[in-house]
Ligand binder design. Structure first.
Ligand code: FAD
Ligand code: SF4
Length: 326
């Protein structure tokens, strides 16, 4: 690990000044230090934001507001998530391990980086994300865990986070603070697809940071689930996952939310599959149709074609679980 200077910010303005001076944010450190030890990240300065008062989880009218420094484990235990946003809660407790969840923050979780092993483990493998212009070893290599949606010739790495996938289904927004004050963006605009510049992963300005996450209360968020399929039942990233929420009028679907994880270069919303359900009864047959529709247009590689059927089943199963929560 290369030497770096450490600064503990006391106020939000301290953070913005440090970022303007080229520092990197340190929150829980479970991703940043990991990547520094692997020699993937080499910040010369880090600004520790953990002293800031951004840990509160509360309702503001009809909107859930989660402070960027709330720990994953605190959100999992929170009553509002348990009763009103079960998919968000499940996405958090099905992620990482209890020790990691005790340390990791929600803001840091959103900005975790891909687990593509060529990216993390470096030479002698080419990786455009780690070293722009060097190529992509995954395209012809071991790409079982790679993306079906949103990839480019330059990069097919998935975005690995569970929480952002769940937020995607429920129209979450993100509060950002920078030198010109606060701005609010849809979570859907936070992460970028790789296109020709896979090293640019978000639409954050270099001197901005996340202060809060906002999620509107809805019937679909209340009758929701996060269904995660992985190689082993705990402490593993998603092979495929689906965040689903439902609102029914009798038997008929009034509102359906479907987002996909483990299969795309950014959190992915399956809008066509949602629209296919609205106005129809939710049955095993229509849930299956929606699952298949969610994976229409998937672009497979040599080793990951199995994810289309696995994903279709995950969506269908998630819909049937959500139906039991109405
Ligand atoms: C072994 C292991 C298994 C894991 N398994 C899973 C899993 O199954 N599912 C899953 O979703 N995640 C998983 N994770 C990822 C884990 O959830 C993240 O490492 C964690 O949430 C990051 O939060 P942090 O506070 O530690 O972030 P940090 O490491 O402090 O920061 C991460 C990144 O975000 C930036 N950052 C942090 N906070 C902010 C902010 N407020 N504004 C702007 N930038 C910020 C940092 O500069 C850094 O680039 C796993 C991690 C490990 C190590
Ligand atoms: S898929 Fe992306 S992260 Fe993985 S090797 Fe290719 S460029 Fe690097």
């Amino acid at each position: 690990m290369q030497p770096f200077s450490y600064y503990r910010a006391e106020t939000a303005n301290d953070v913005v000044s440090a970022l303007s001076g080229g520092a990197r944010i340190l929150a829980g450190g479970t991703t940043l230090y990991d990547l520094m030890k692997l020699d993937v990240e080499h910040p010369e300065r880090v600004v520790d934001i953990s002293a800031l008062d951004l840990t509160e989880i509360r309702m503001e009218g009809e909107t859930l507001v989660l402070g960027a420094l709330a720990r994953m484990s605190d959100a999992v235990e929170h009553e509002i998530l348990r009763t009103e946003f079960p998919a968000l809660r499940e996405s958090l407790w099905r992620a990482a391990s209890q020790q990691l969840r005790n340390m990791a923050t929600l803001g840091g979780n959103l900005l975790q980086r891909t687990r593509c092993s060529y990216f993390r483990h470096g030479a002698p493998y080419a990786c455009n994300k780690r070293q722009p212009g060097s190529g992509c070893a995954a395209v012809e290599g071991l790409n079982r865990a790679h993306a079906l949606f949103g990839g480019s010739d330059a990069c097919i790495a998935i975005y690995p986070g569970d929480f952002a996938t769940a937020l995607m289904a429920f129209d979450a927004e993100i509060d950002l603070l920078g030198p010109s004050g606060t701005r609010r963006i849809p979570l859907a605009s936070l992460h970028r697809e790789p296109e020709d510049n896979p090293e640019r992963e978000t639409n954050l300005e270099p001197d901005e940071f996340i202060t809060a996450i906002r999620v509107p209360r809805s019937n679909a968020a209340r009758a929701s689930t996060y269904h995660k399929i992985r190689d082993r039942e705990s402490y593993a990233f998603a092979l495929v996952s689906s965040a689903v929420g439902l609102d029914l009028d009798g038997d008929i679907v009034r509102d359906a939310r479907i987002a996909l994880g483990g299969v795309a270069t950014r959190p992915w919303r399956a809008g066509d599959a949602e629209r296919l359900l609205v106005g129809r009864p939710l049955t095993e047959a229509t849930a299956r149709e929606a699952g298949v529709a969610a994976f229409a247009g998937a672009s497979t590689t040599q080793h990951n074609a199995f994810k289309t059927e696995l994903g279709a089943r995950a969506v269908a199963d998630a819909l049937m679980i959500a139906k039991t929560r109405i």
